[in-house]
Design a binder for this molecule. Sequence first.
Ligand code: FES
Length: 104
Amino acid sequence: MAQLHVIDQAGNAHTLDTVEGWRVMELLREQKVGLEGQCGGACLCATCHVIVAPEWADRLPPPREEELEKLDELPVLEPTSRLSCQILWSDGLDGLTLTLPEPV
Ligand code: FES
């Protein structure tokens, strides 16, 4: 099974099981690593903010305008910041590594 690697807000590493076609936000929320995903994936809340490992940033589909606008509203943004509800999991992403941003 393809795996997703996550560093949580306390700096702990997790390796998560994945489901093809799920949003990355759903995988993170379901496996309780400390991600909220308040709006359920409607691109309205930005509580699903993640920082993608730099080596993965160009391997993901680029963000749509709607995602970029929502990211812009965050107080702290990294160059590889993404909204995890806008990334659909496929097994081609096996090994994707994300970090959850520190609370602001
Ligand atoms: S879950 Fe709300 S913007 Fe992603």
